[in-house]
Design a protein around this ligand. Structure first.
Ligand code: ATP
Length: 122
């Protein structure tokens, strides 16, 4: 088998696991389910207000940003619980900063949403 074929097969396998992980997140993580729901509502709002292409890009980016960081937060929490199931200050720090990253993404998304929709509403 050629190197290129092996390379493509490896990438396809990687994509399969990545899709599996994304579906796992959507099936099992309440936070991601809420964010996906908000993403659907914002997409409907985008069609309703007929937002511009640039606004679609910003909105899609904001939704993707928050959901991907939430996924990393879930992974960090799972690693923390696996390596140290008991209470520990370091585990608390790891979980707090991971949650802080999601918060920063959420604030960013709210600001982007405000910039896009306030002119349509006012
Ligand atoms: N093992 C631990 N040691 C120290 N502090 C912890 C530990 N587990 C949780 N905490 C503290 O409790 C907070 C919440 O932790 P938890 O694992 O319940 O996350 P969560 O935000 O509720 O998770 P989810 O995203 O699943 O809702 C952490 O941010 C941390 O401050």
């Amino acid at each position: 088998m050629g190197n290129i074929t092996k390379f493509i097969q490896g990438r396809l396998r990687g994509t399969k696991y990545a899709v599996k992980g994304a579906l796992l997140l959507l099936k099992t993580e309440p936070s991601i389910q809420v964010q996906a729901g908000i993403g659907v509502v914002m997409t409907i709002a985008g069609f309703y207000f007929e937002i511009t292409a640039t606004e679609w890009i910003l909105q899609t980016f904001a939704i993707g940003l928050i959901m991907s960081i939430e996924g990393l937060n879930t992974a960090a929490e799972a690693i923390a619980d696996f390596v140290h199931p008991d209470y520990h200050d370091k585990i608390g720090f790891i979980k707090d900063v991971a949650a802080g990253a999601v918060f920063i993404a959420a604030v960013t998304a709210v600001i982007i949403g405000g910039i896009i929709y306030l002119p349509y509403l006012l």
